[in-house]
Write a protein that binds this ligand. Structure first.
Ligand code: AHG
Ligand code: MN
Ligand code: MN
Ligand code: MN
Length: 335
């Protein structure tokens, strides 16, 4: 038993990546090092969140409005800077794009072209930060293929199939990091006494169907009629239950573990919805596909969407195969 417990406690994220790839190639080492830096970012943000109410200047608004038109929280900026700091002098990630930055951020020093690009949502569910409810971070790793063409980061405007790795951190009662490098979905739980993320759930699979539907019903009259018809259907039928936390990462983690579907539909006024493709929907779609689930815009697979700009938004229907298919059948009026 001792052997097993010790071995499990040594299954850190960086080692797990190498085990997954069964290789010590330079690419494998890169991905392992990148995941190690991501876990450092997660630890720094988790530490700040855990003590936020006690740290001067950790909570509240900055008074700024970001490129999304949202009021920026101090934690948004802190977390945004954490990801930049952990990749400086790493020689790994040369270019970062995030919800909180209008333009791509370059790490010029010792970072040759052709390395990696990080797309991230530093704090997801910011509205939960000041009320001590769960928030998350979302990340997506791609190969940096080329230079920008006249400032337009064409290199970033690729489909979700280009992702090498993706995942999220859920800052909840425990801090859990869920990731995939294309070989299944695995979760690590932060052991604060060790300061390490330890493997806690391997090869997570989402059930084919689940009881949960997760949507902000406050938007009911903003949706297309077909979405209202889907909601009427689940209201009428036994076996459904509503859960909505207002923070995508927490809502998705529940769906991943228990099955069901999360919806953020477009509205007549904003057909593209609220959630952003490159650092929210695409990384989560990558994970969900790896766990045996699906993610759709309602009309096509999220992973097939090629954005026209960094902060492009898309409707999102994500979760169990059967439940996403049912939503689509209403959208495509096949019912
Ligand atoms: P973020 O805090 O990164 O801006 O994301 C907020 C998103 C997402 O976390 C959540 O699912 C959604 O906003 C909630 O939107 P509504 O309040 O409109 O339901
Ligand atoms: Mn935001
Ligand atoms: Mn978000
Ligand atoms: Mn955010």
């Amino acid at each position: 038993v001792a052997e097993h417990a010790l071995d499990r406690d040594c299954t850190t994220l960086s080692r797990h990546v190498l085990q997954q790839l069964q290789s010590y190639s330079p690419e494998a080492q890169d991905l392992s090092a990148i995941m190690n830096r991501i876990s450092l970012a997660a630890k720094l943000i988790s530490r700040r969140l855990t003590r936020a109410g006690l740290v001067e200047g950790a909570l509240g608004f900055t008074g700024e409005v970001n490129v999304q038109g949202e009021s920026v929280k101090k934690m948004d900026i802190y977390a945004n800077d954490v990801f930049i700091s952990v990749f400086k002098q790493s020689g790994l990630v040369c270019r970062l794009a995030s919800e909180e930055m209008e333009e791509t951020y370059y790490i010029p020093e010792n970072c040759p072209l052709g390395r990696y690009t990080l797309l991230y949502d530093p704090i997801d569910g910011s509205s939960n930060v000041d009320i001590n409810l769960n928030v998350g971070s979302i990340f997506s790793i791609r190969q940096q293929q080329g230079n920008d063409v006249d400032g337009e980061a064409k290199d970033l405007l690729q489909s979700g199939h280009q992702q090498l790795a993706a995942g999220y951190v859920l800052y909840g009662p425990s801090t859990v990091l869920v990731y995939s490098i294309g070989r299944g979905v695995h979760a690590f739980t932060l052991d604060p006494s060790l300061g390490e993320f330890i493997l806690s759930h391997e090869k997570i699979r989402i059930p084919e169907h689940g009881p949960i539907y997760s949507v902000n019903e406050g938007n009911f009259w903003q949706w297309e009629e077909s979405i209202r018809n889907y909601i009427r259907y689940v209201h009428r039928h036994e076996g459904y239950t509503a859960r909505y936390g207002g923070a995508l990462v927490g809502d998705i983690h529940r769906i991943l573990m228990q099955g069901g579907v999360f919806l953020y539909p477009g509205t007549v006024k904003k057909p593209e919805g609220k959630l952003r493709l490159l650092y929210e929907s695409a990384p989560l779609a990558f994970l969900m596909a790896q766990a045996g689930g699906r993610a759709s815009t309602g009309k096509q697979e999220i992973l097939d969407v090629v954005p026209d700009k960094i902060h492009a938004r898309t409707p999102l229907f994500i979760g169990s195969q059967e439940d996403v298919a049912l939503v689509e059948s209403f959208i495509q009026e096949r019912v």
